[in-house]
Design a protein around this ligand. Structure first.
Ligand SMILES: Nc1ncnc2c1ncn2[C@@H]1O[C@H](COP(=O)(O)OP(=O)(O)OP(=O)(O)O)[C@@H](O)[C@H]1O
Ligand SMILES: [Mg+2]
Length: 347
């Protein structure tokens, strides 16, 4: 196992810069998730850690050793990809043993490691099968088995669950997490799915357009987003944003609606008020809103409405029989303020 450190890491493809200076420390044994929208540079960053992509600037350190100029096989890492990349003409056993054979590991030890990994992953009865005879989830487990047998210092995952259906994804993410709790191997996991990030990570790195927006534990990011991007990206359904102006003892949201709020932000400043859907309660003391659509999910009810001319989503536990066009009142239980110009969180 090993700590991983990225210092000022840059990447350009030709004249196009896609990663603009990433600093990141991952502790020994930590499960770190890189999350962000499509094209933000997650895979590129992971591939640079793996050595599959050259580093244009900065330093990558694995286990106290700068690896910039080391080939992938000298970095003591194992990567698990989205498309499994299993050899179709090899059995599960041979797929898992392949890299050990290449590395010249003695037969006895090789068999032991494959047997151990198969046991951990529940693949023991499938060792003689071919990939085509397995389900998607089983194939993904074989792909993980190939990584585990190598006992690498670091696991790198690039969206390993995105080919699986929704139910299997949830099951597999629990499996990967419990696997990590047993093996405690330092892991870097890429996904664009913020729920996967929230549920699996010790540490989340939110990326956007080749830059790190914020690094923190899942709850730090949820409770204390540093800016509009992180606030809107982490949390599901997404946070509501309503533009307003600080005035008197609160925020003027327009349409004659004002939210009383204590803040140090200067009077007259434009702000964006952020409220999570789960922090809006139906209450007679709330702000006036007009119901657009109501969606009961069973466990809770999503109320889509217009508040001060803005689309706002509220998620409530109680069952309400609201109808489109009905006037209701929604009271924010917790709020965030952001600077509309920079997107930064305001005190
Ligand atoms: N070999 C390449 N040559 C030129 N541009 C590339 C190359 N590989 C990636 N890019 C560009 O770099 C940017 C980052 O790509 P990357 O694959 O890292 O994104 P990602 O965050 O993994 O996205 P996704 O969630 O869609 O997988 C994109 O704009 C992409 O077009
Ligand atoms: Mg990618």
């Amino acid at each position: 196992m090993a700590a991983v450190a990225l210092r000022g890491v840059h990447k350009s493809f030709g004249s196009t810069a896609v990663v603009h200076g990433v600093d990141l420390g991952i502790k020994d044994g930590e499960f770190c998730v890189l999350v962000g929208p499509s094209g933000c540079g997650k895979s590129t960053l992971l591939r640079m850690i793996a050595g599959l992509e050259e580093i244009s600037g900065g330093e990558i350190d694995i286990g106290g050793r700068v690896v910039n100029n080391l080939a992938p096989k000298e970095r003591d890492i194992a990567m698990v990809f989205q498309n499994y990349a299993l050899y179709p003409h090899m059995t599960v056993r041979d797929n898992m043993a392949f890299s050990l054979k290449l590395a010249g590991v003695a037969k006895e030890q090789l068999e032991q490691r494959v047997a151990d990994a198969a046991g951990i992953l529940g693949l023991t009865e499938y060792l003689e099968r071919y990939p085509r005879q397995l389900s998607g989830g089983q194939r993904q487990r074989v792909a993980m088995g190939r990584a585990i047998v190598r006992k690498p210092q670091v696991f790198l995952f690039d969206e390993p669950l995105s080919n699986l259906d929704a139910k299997l994804r949830v099951a597999m993410r629990t499996e990967i997490k419990s696997l990590h709790q047993r093996l405690k191997t330092t892991s870097v996991y890429v996904t664009h799915d913020q729920i996967e990030a929230m549920t699996m990570a010790d540490k989340i790195v939110v990326m956007n357009a080749g830059k790190v927006e914020q690094i923190g534990t899942p709850l730090e990011l949820y409770d204390n987003p540093a800016n509009l991007f992180v606030a809107g990206f982490i949390g599901s359904p997404a946070m509501n944003f309503i533009p307003g102006k600080i005035s008197g003892a609160g925020i003027d949201l327009g349409s004659g609606i004002s939210l009383p709020l204590k803040t140090d932000v200067k009077g007259g400043s434009s702000v964006i008020l952020g409220v999570r859907p789960e922090h809006l309660a139906v209450s007679p003391q709330g702000l006036p809103a007009e119901v657009v659509v109501v969606e009961p999910t069973g466990a809770d009810t999503q109320i889509f409405c217009k508040l001060a001319g803005v689309d706002v989503n509220a998620v409530v536990r109680e069952r309400h029989e609201f109808h489109p066009g009905e006037s209701i009142r929604l009271a924010p239980q917790a709020t965030f303020l952001f600077d509309p110009a920079s997107g930064a969180r305001l005190a």
